[in-house]
Design a protein around this ligand. Sequence first.
Ligand code: HEC
Length: 273
Amino acid sequence: MRTERHAGRIALLALAALAAAALRAETSGPATGRTAGEEEKPKAGGDWQHWHANNDVTDLPSAQRGARNFVSYCLGCHSLKYERWSRLGTDLGIPADLLQKDLLPPGDKPLQYIQTSMPPADAEAWFGKVPPDLSLMARARGRDYIYQFLKTFYVDPTRQTGANNLRLPTTAMPHVLSELEGLKRAVFREETRAAEGGSSRELVFDHFETLAPGRLSPVEYDRFVRDTVNFLDYVSEPTQTARRALGVWVVLFLLVFTWLAWLVKREYWKDVH
Ligand code: HEC
């Protein structure tokens, strides 16, 4: 009996240690990124690698705005081939008539998948590659990646599209949001790095300079991008809100069940010892 109690205590301790480690891992990730950014006091955009989308998929109005943004600015080139219009309407609480009026392209039916009308062959000819389907992009690349991608376009006359990107250098995607964000220039500084057999010079991004303001203020543009990322995050796993809400109940059930099982075990073993 004593050894049993001893083993129970060890198991409890191990569980507590595991929980503490998990908690530390969760809080330390973004926190270190933030403090590093604050200490350096970077110039405009200098800390872009530490930008976080910080979106919230349970925020329905934000996801609805994101859906509107997607239809207006992305659907021309990108599909969401694993999501149907009707599912989007149900999940985001958009009534059928509004869905039809505001989001569905003319001629599309609610039961159809969300497809771009751009023929792949034309896309290939215009951009050199077919714009990828974005259904799973938030899971494949991460939310922060898309957020940084949409916020680090800059004017580059050497590129065919007139734009370049810090997150995906020499990207084939034009800066389709320039009308909203405005135009910015990337300023690079030369850095000398000690390398084997001497030193090498390389250009390192320093900061952005605004060339022309857009229709939205920086704060509004930031919200625009966050809403769009939020929507893509939802599309990449439409059930995630339900899954998380259900998870709490599953864990609670398991806890209660463990307690009941322990009570039963105690009752059974009472007569043996
Ligand atoms: C004019 C056509 C066009 C529009 C409109 C457009 N894109 Fe793209 N997009 C592209 C092309 C082309 C690529 C492929 C870029 C590459 O691989 O260099 C791409 C790639 C991407 C990628 C993947 C980047 C990667 O790492 O592979 C993401 C994410 C993306 N677009 C998001 C968006 C979002 C969000 C919108 C709407 C705000 C949008 N795009 C609007 C043409 C477009």
